[in-house]
Ligand binder design. Structure first.
Ligand SMILES: [Zn+2]
Ligand SMILES: [Zn+2]
Ligand SMILES: [Zn+2]
Length: 341
């Protein structure tokens, strides 16, 4: 009653008016809103704490990117005109929302765009520089982005770069890469080639996350070529952006795909019409039609694990919706820039 009296006095309103109720309702609403926002924050933080690691696709094109230098054919003309069609060179980010660490796969010539792209996709929640960079081989689309870590650009400190032994030696003994090593812009970490039965050669990245390197056949002018197997507690990924024909590998690709959840596989060329006037045997890759043929009789589940990637500018998967549908209707996937796997 005292309270009522006080309210009545202070607001100078009759006893029965809504002044008191209005004040009380207002306070009540504020409290409810505060509670709701607190709950949302709490749920958000909890969700992030429980969020499993994932892969982000930062680029899907072959080493020359899309569009391609000097290409005036239909494939690239549309991408020169329409910026939204352009695609970065093949690259992935492995992201751990719990430790807030992330790792880059391949240092491409598009690295400066891709690191910004990563920031945009992850809303600035992670460090700008990755906690490590894994590189498959010394072809220009896969390692030359390292140059932006040197003193002419970012002048980084000891960024771990994971490579197989021959690539390590190549980077240590050839400029400008040797300068990055000598100035400790990067710190090379030698990976061991991993067999199919052994698991001890993995690079541990914390809380059940690890990366293994398979050796795969490719045109190894300066280094050997790795294919990576990325394991988290929840999912296993295979990343082979460059390889000669599947039957040139000691491993059976069908068995390896079955042993993972998601396989990002070399799809440089769609078929033999990709490079008219050029001998495809001089740049051997599994053609998309060959890969699809190889898995034709496998289960729907196995086919759906395959995400084609590393598209040459002439590969119609980049620009032809009919070909994209053809691939998807047959049960396969093609990697999309920006997607989360
Ligand atoms: Zn490549
Ligand atoms: Zn082109
Ligand atoms: Zn290559």
């Amino acid at each position: 009653m005292l309270q009522y009296y006080f309210i009545r006095k202070s607001t100078n309103q009759p006893f029965y008016t809504t002044g008191y109720q209005q004040t009380n309702n207002f306070e009540y609403m504020i409290r409810i809103l505060l509670c709701i926002s607190f709950m949302f924050c709490f749920v958000g933080v909890q969700a992030q704490k429980n969020e499993p690691p994932y892969i982000l696709v930062l680029g899907v094109a072959q080493d020359g990117g899309y569009p391609h230098l000097g290409c005036t054919r239909a494939c690239c003309t549309m991408a020169w005109k329409d910026e939204s069609m352009r695609r970065y060179v093949v690259s992935l980010a492995l992201v751990d929302p719990v430790s807030k660490n992330w790792w880059l796969f391949e240092a491409t010539p598009d690295i400066k765009y891709q690191l910004h792209y990563f920031q945009t996709l992850t809303k600035g929640l992670y460090n700008f520089l990755p906690d490590g960079i894994f590189i498959t081989h010394a072809h220009i689309g896969h390692y030359t982005g390292l140059m932006d870590l040197g003193k002419e650009v970012m002048s980084t400190h000891d960024v771990p770069v994971y490579v197989l032994p021959k690539l390590k030696k190549y980077l240590e003994t050839n400029g400008p890469w040797s300068q990055l090593v000598n100035l400790r812009n990067i710190q090379l970490v030698e990976m061991e080639e991993c067999g199919f039965d052994e698991r001890e050669d993995a690079i541990p990245l914390g809380d059940g996350i690890r990366v293994l390197a398979y050796r795969v056949p490719h045109r190894d002018e300066y280094s050997e070529t790795a294919g990576f197997r990325i394991e988290t507690k929840q999912k296993k990924y295979l990343f082979i952006p460059d390889i000669n024909k599947w039957d040139k590998w000691d491993a059976n690709i069908i068995d390896v795909v079955k042993s993972v959840d998601i396989a990002l596989l070399d799809a440089t060329f769609f078929d033999s019409t990709d490079l008219p006037g050029r001998n495809l045997a001089s740049v051997p890759h599994p053609l998309v039609r060959e890969t699809m043929g190889l898995f034709k009789n496998e289960s729907k589940e196995t086919k759906s694990k395959i995400h084609l990637i590393h598209f040459n500018h002439t590969n119609p998967i980049l620009w032809d919706e009919k070909k994209q549908k053809f691939v998807e209707q047959a049960g396969f996937n093609f990697a999309k820039q920006g997607e989360r796997l």
